[in-house]
Design a protein. Sequence first.
Length: 255
Amino acid sequence: MPNNNNTITFIGNGNMALSLALGLKDSFNIEVVGRSNEKLDNFEKKLGKSIKKSLLKGFNIEGKNIFLCVKPANTQEVGKLLGGQASTLYSVLAGTSLETLSLHFDAHSYVRAMPNLAATTLNSMTTLCGDENSKDSAISLFNAIGTTLWVGSEKELDIATALAGSGPAYLSLIAEALTDGAVKQGLKRVDAMTLMRGLFAGFGSVIQDTHPALLKDGVMSPGGTTAAGYSALEDGGVRASCINAIEKAYAVTKK
């Protein structure tokens, strides 16, 4: 294995770790630490690339760049099983503060990161905050899997978690519901899925440079189909539900 600067060490082998590793495997060497050889082997198989695998108990993080991808409830337990001082600890644990991380893990610097599952396709929207001395390196690292935003406080990161971190689940609900609506009116499921995917791909590009309100106004002609559908969404409280979703998700990060 090359030196630690070219290696990312994942503590944890769940879905988020795999998504990040899939996005980073062409730019970095991957090392994964977990509780089970069987799960580590399965991780390697899904990743499609040879990795260095180690068991958690007694693992030495000295000088390594660590991606902490365990369940927040296991933070203290996992910290007790590790030895050494990491170079930088990047935590993707929702609602786990920098102070808590520093209590259970020894590292030269700490950064909280909230990517999303689009890291798999190098399209993650990742929010970062933490030690300013790691800002540039953290942004450079996470730019490898998409777009990054460094914020000045953990409160802002927790709000961002509710929006961009949890957002893929919200949009999945919208995508499924719109598809079901087309099927209900008589469109074949396979065709509805194709149209929905094309819709999201195209919208993702135009929203980069245009305010949502302007996009809406641009396709809503008086008395037209869009106006009718949009009115139905407002009647169903979709706008209020979206705002409430962010509020509820953010509240969980503070528990």
